[in-house]
Design a protein. Structure first.
Length: 129
């Protein structure tokens, strides 16, 4: 299983990396800070993942647009995309659900909430694969 984490915050990426260190070796994890790197991989047709965990608020890119591009690509139409965000605008969250995003985690200061959330998503997906 290949999981990509995308967030422009070093602290969030370090926390995610620490949480993923406790997960099985059967999972390959990749961490990206720059959403433009993901766009470049998409353009080159080099993007592969089973689960994408992504923020939608970026300094250099519209994250909603990025998620739309990914979900509209036939290659990723049925892939799991999970949003981990500080965004709490109900209209934006509803727009994500329209794109087929079922899981949205609003960032909190409690990493144990995030750890439980991550573990539940990964366990669900491992049963599917």
């Amino acid at each position: 299983m290949k999981i990509i984490f995308l967030d422009d915050s070093n602290i969030v990426l370090e926390t995610l990396q620490m949480l993923m260190d406790n997960v099985t070796d059967a999972i390959d994890t990749f961490f990206y800070k720059d959403a433009k790197e993901i766009l470049k991989l998409l353009e080159l047709d080099n993007l592969e993942f089973d689960i994408l965990f992504s923020e939608i608020l970026f300094n250099n890119l519209d994250g909603m647009n990025l998620i739309t591009i990914i979900k509209e690509n036939p290659k990723f139409k049925d892939k799991k995309v999970v949003i981990i965000t500080k965004e709490n605008d109900k209209k934006k969250i509803d727009a994500l659900k329209y794109l087929g995003i079922k899981e949205v985690f609003t960032k909190s200061i409690y990493s144990n909430h995030l750890e439980v959330f991550l573990n539940n998503i990964i366990r669900q997906e491992m049963r599917v694969l």
